[in-house]
Design a protein around this ligand. Structure first.
Ligand SMILES: Nc1ncnc2c1ncn2[C@@H]1O[C@H](COP(=O)(O)OP(=O)(O)O)[C@@H](O)[C@H]1O
Ligand SMILES: [Mg+2]
Length: 219
């Protein structure tokens, strides 16, 4: 699979020939220097973007052959993501942001959705902040809302792009525990971009992106 973009009238080849398989239930760290193409790769794997050539299969569906609507359906049914820019909806409260994926999925049981969301906000250390708007929360708190939002649908695959980048050590450690707990207890496939070698070690595999290629770290 390759990914190029047109930048300043010239073609920038970000991913030049990437090929790997991640099995259901695995935990995989993706590493590489800044600008290596990690976030680009995550967007492609999660079906948010399309490759320039080659194909991508997510949960037995060839998402690279699907249109936007079909990919959106797979995402809402099976995928959770926490990206660097957490993309909370500014006009919605923390609780409403967390319950949104349930609504997108067609689950409109407000009582049960709110109960789950409240519990998740508590787990990420945000009890009492349910009615706050994103602007009334710090960067780290917004990131935790994004995590709770990713957890609520109990996704089959969770993509996390530097999920603890804005968090203090203690909160980061707690969030990481939650991610691995999900992987272990619910069998959620965990794909995690990180610069932290210790965190990568906790994953079953590490893929390194370098010069547009992907290399599996043998250790
Ligand atoms: N849409 C785009 N247009 C132009 N350049 C892009 C675009 N998306 C990514 N890039 C460039 O591709 C490279 C890889 O970006 P990214 O995937 O965000 O890297 P990483 O997450 O590893 O830091 C960077 O040099 C970035 O500037
Ligand atoms: Mg990135």
């Amino acid at each position: 699979m390759t990914k190029s973009v047109i930048s300043n009238d010239s073609e920038l080849s970000i991913l030049k020939g990437i090929s790997f398989t991640i099995n259901a239930g695995e935990s995989v760290a993706i590493m590489g220097t800044s600008g290596a193409g990690k976030s680009t790769l995550m967007g492609l794997l999660a079906g948010l973007d399309q490759p320039t050539s080659g194909s991508i299969t997510l949960l037995n569906s060839t998402i690279s052959e699907m249109d936007d609507e079909q990919r959106a359906k797979i995402r809402s049914e099976s995928v959770g993501f926490v990206f660097q820019d957490f993309l909370l909806i500014p006009s919605l409260t923390a609780l409403q942001n967390v319950t949104l994926p349930m609504l997108l999925r067609g689950n409109e049981d407000e009582t049960s959705n709110n109960k789950k969301a409240k519990q998740l906000l508590q787990e990420v250390g945000l009890a009492g902040r349910e009615t706050h708007l994103p602007t009334q929360l710090s960067g780290g708190e917004q990131q935790r809302v994004a995590l709770a939002r990713a957890f609520i649908t109990q996704p089959k695959v969770l993509f996390a792009d530097e999920p603890t980048g804005n968090l203090d050590q203690k909160t980061a450690a707690h969030i990481i525990e939650l991610l691995f707990e999900m992987n272990k207890e619910q069998g959620t496939t965990l794909i995690l971009v990180t610069h932290d070698a210790n965190l990568a070690k906790r994953c079953q595999r590490t893929l390194i992106i370098n010069d547009g290629q992907c290399q599996e770290n043998p250790c």
